[in-house]
Design a protein around this ligand. Structure first.
Ligand SMILES: [Zn+2]
Ligand SMILES: [Zn+2]
Ligand SMILES: [Zn+2]
Length: 801
């Protein structure tokens, strides 16, 4: 149907009229055409327009029709839309005779939600492969139900002049679709066709074009099939692509990218291609093919590698990261070339994804042989999201493209707070009422480029969400760039709240589960700055939003060499052996001792004796590192968490409930062991483990028992504490809970003992979810101060003694 809707009958006296203010994800998702046809169906006259805070409708008609119309808005909303609220206000009847879509109003509030980027839809795919369609094989086909959103938006309201499409004037055919309320492309801002829209082209590594729009994708496919490395410009950045079945090519990519071990994700042409490589449950398949299109970690069919593919994709890892194509360009490329491609992030080491053509040509000229480019700009970077499915639940390892900037719903309303994140795997969080907007993955803030991206992301989020933070929350670590930014980047009048790292982890889990009362929290993590200046990471807290008490922790270990011990787990192995056997550990008959340089070990012993450059840590991540090295699995790492992940992988297959844990002591705090009321002492377990190694017990069994020991120690502590304090809820948070063995066993054990266990399903358990907890703690703390309420939890400082 075209133009205004004629009304069948409208006896003036029976009419009512109302204004509807609809909020949620209602722009750029086909919402106005949906309302247009809904109005026709229910004989409603009036108008609809986009506003900066959502969609506004004026609806007039028979009272029963109006009621049904309003009801249907929520009930029948388009797939990509999310209706948060329909506010109805009675207004005078205007006596209009038709329903119209009118131009956007730009108001003062910008509360509307911007959609995340959406994978190409079925209707567009049908046209993509239809030789009679005018967009046949056009790599930028899209409609209101699919296509780029967040990554091409400069500002709101979401209209073409405020997107990367502003450089492309629509041809008459596209314009007709864009203006027709009955068309699938009505106000589809990225609408385009081969005549008027963006074009793809292929260059060599010097940027010289070797194929134009008609042949670029096919040529790139041929080159990939011949083992070449092609940089591919995608939705939120570049990928480096190579044939996943070509082992030599995969190794070449690893060598050139200087990435010897870190798992590489693949993109497969179809679900059936995925089924050939990995095991997959129905839930996993649903997540894999959802319109968010994350990378899903799936179990390899055999230990050596995914069937038919290079064994160098994810060595020493039971899982492979798999995604399906999410842009039409990806679909065409996988048709033209190999059916499974490695698609690894195109970035300079440690820096954010490259997004500009010239930048990519400079950054990857030594890695990629060819560049598949296009002339539609990417305004905002978004890395691929990474998830796994556990117990039917999606668990984020990285929440980014396809999910950001959509908010996480929070049950306790929050003012405008900024959570600044920490130092690694950083995301930002801005809050407003019952919504927490977590940014896309930003990365490790230890270089100027990533920090620049961090600041620009914050500015962009502030602009598109129209949030000026009233409160700023940051980590306690004085050396983090995020902490320094929090302290210097805002007017003095804005309150700053330092939030202890593991308190923030615990509260992030509380917030996403709607918990507002004190809970027990097991937080297992790599690195977090403690209130005693030490490095925490194996903690049992009693947490609430306004504060926490540190009830139990892992026994402190030395970190000889400080940060060096993070990259070199062999240093942590020396530290646990030193704790277990004293300096004579160097005389033990142990493969580890034989493998290590005796001079270096003696030097480390001196450092630990004198306490020189030897911070103390209760980090669970470091303990796992130590055991990984002790078992000869990994002495030095080339990517974050490598040693612990490989230790988990070794233990996986031998994991059985019949295995008994090693001894672990739960020791009441003594004067020489500061911090915490209980100390979880794993050293007796280390002594038993060393005996096992000496007896030739295989690493698989030892790894499995070690994981069980950790679970035993922490669950005993949590049960003891919950029992004493009368708590029945426990939250699990921190990056170590990405370890499947620990996560599954810990949840099962605590549940069996009668506790209600809460975990993460909306934000990552690791530092990617931290900012949410920071924001919630800061909001509660400042409110508490303003209301003059008595704090019920002991504030962080009081755990010092
Ligand atoms: Zn579509
Ligand atoms: Zn066109
Ligand atoms: Zn952390």
């Amino acid at each position: 149907m075209h133009g205004p809707v004629p009304l069948r009958q409208m006896p003036g006296s029976d009419c009512i009229a109302c204004r509807l203010d609809i909020s949620g994800v209602v722009q750029g998702v086909g919402f106005r055409p949906f309302l247009f046809s809904l109005a026709a169906r229910h004989r409603i006259a009036g108008e609809v327009s986009n506003t900066a805070s959502g969609v506004q409708v004026f609806a007039e008609g028979d009272p029963r029709d109006v009621a049904r119309f309003v009801e249907a808005i929520t009930a029948e909303a388009p797939l990509l839309a999310r209706v948060d609220e329909v506010k109805t206000t009675p207004v005078p009847v205007r006596g209009v005779k038709a329903f119209r879509i009118i131009a956007s109003r730009t108001g003062s509030s910008r509360a509307t939600l911007i959609s995340a980027d959406v994978s190409v839809c079925k209707d567009c795919l049908k046209e993509l492969y239809d030789p009679r369609d005018r967009r046949f094989r056009y790599p930028f086909i899209n409609c209101t139900n699919c296509g780029p959103r967040f990554t091409i938006i400069e500002d709101v309201p979401y209209d073409r002049p405020r997107t990367a499409m502003k450089h492309f004037a629509m041809c008459p055919a596209c314009r007709v679709e864009y203006d027709d309320p009955a068309d699938r492309r009505f106000h589809a801002q990225p609408n385009a066709c081969p005549v008027c829209g963006p074009q793809v082209f292929l260059t060599d590594r010097r940027g010289r074009t070797i194929a134009g729009p008609d042949t670029a994708v096919d040529t790139a496919g041929d080159l990939l099939a011949k083992g070449r490395i092609v940089a591919v410009k995608g939705l939120g950045g570049f990928h480096l692509a190579v044939d996943a079945a070509d082992d030599a090519a995969v190794r070449r990519l690893r060598r050139r990218k200087n990435r010897p071990h870190k798992p590489l994700a693949v993109m497969a042409r179809s679900i059936s291609a995925v089924r050939e490589m990995v095991r997959m449950s129905a839930e996993e398949e649903a997540v894999l093919s959802s319109f968010n299109r994350p990378i899903v970690l799936l179990r390899k069919k055999t230990a050596d590698g995914p069937a038919g593919l290079s064994s160098s994709l994810a060595p020493l890892n039971p899982c492979l990261g798999v995604m399906l194509p999410y842009t039409p360009l990806h679909c065409l490329l996988l048709d033209a070339g190999p059916s499974v491609l490695v698609m690894t992030s195109g970035n300079r080491p440690g820096e954010p994804l490259s997004i500009g053509n010239q930048d990519a040509l400079e950054a990857f000229s030594h890695i990629a042989d060819y560049f598949l480019l296009h002339n539609r700009d990417i305004y905002f970077r978004a890395d691929d999201s990474i998830v796994r499915v556990q117990a039917g639940q999606i668990r984020f390892l990285r929440r980014s493209r396809g999910y950001a900037p959509l908010p996480v719903a929070v049950s306790v309303g929050l003012p405008g707070v900024l959570g600044c994140g920490a130092g690694m795997k950083t995301t930002l969080c801005l809050t407003r009422n019952h919504q927490a907007f977590l940014s896309q993955h930003i990365g490790d803030l230890d270089n100027p480029e990533t920090f620049d991206f961090y600041v620009r992301t914050l500015d962009h989020f502030k602009a598109i969400l129209d949030i000026t933070p009233d409160i700023v929350a940051h980590d306690l670590h004085p050396g983090y760039m995020s902490t320094q930014y929090a302290k210097t980047g805002f007017p003095d009048s804005v309150p700053r709240v330092g939030v202890q790292h593991h308190h923030a982890h615990a509260v992030s889990c509380m917030v996403e589960n709607g918990l507002d009362e004190p809970v027990a929290a097991i937080v297992l993590d790599g690195t977090g700055y403690g209130t005693d200046g030490r490095i925490w990471g194996g903690e049992v807290l009693i947490a609430e939003r306004t504060g926490f008490v540190r009830k139990a922790r892992l026994r402190y270990l030395s970190m000889p060499g400080g940060d060096q011990a993070v990259r070199q787990p062999w240093r942590m192995a020396a530290a646990v052996l030193y704790a277990a056997f004293g300096r004579t550990f160097t005389e033990l008959d142990l493969p580890y001792v034989k493998e290590m340089d005796s001079g270096r070990l003696a030097f480390l012993c001196q450092m630990m004796e004198k306490g020189v450059n030897t911070p103390r840590t209760s980090s669970c991540g470091r303990l796992c590192d130590a055991v990984s090295s002790l078992l000869g699995i990994r002495h030095e790492i080339s990517y974050d968490s490598q040693a612990a992940m490989e230790l988990e992988a070794v233990g996986t297959d031998d994991f059985a409930p019949s295995l008994t844990p090693y001894p672990v002591d739960l020791v009441p705090r003594t004067p020489d062991r500061d911090g915490g009321e209980w100390v979880i002492d794993m050293i007796p377990g280390i002594q038993a483990m060393v005996a096992d190694i000496q007896a030739g017990v295989p690493a698989a069994g030892i790894s499995a028992r070690f994981h069980q020991t950790l679970v035993q120690g922490f669950s005993r502590a949590a049960l003891q504490i919950a029992g004493t304090c009368g708590l029945d809820k426990v939250v699990l948070s921190g990056g170590v809970f990405n370890n499947n063995l620990i996560f599954r066993a810990m949840s099962a054990r605590l549940e069996k003992a009668g506790l209600r266990v809460y975990t993460h399903a909306c934000v990552p358990a690791g530092d990617g979810g931290l900012a949410l907890g920071q924001a919630a703690v800061a909001a509660a703390t400042v409110k508490c101060g303003r209301d003059g309420m008595k704090k019920t939890a002991v504030p962080a400082q009081e755990t010092l003694s």
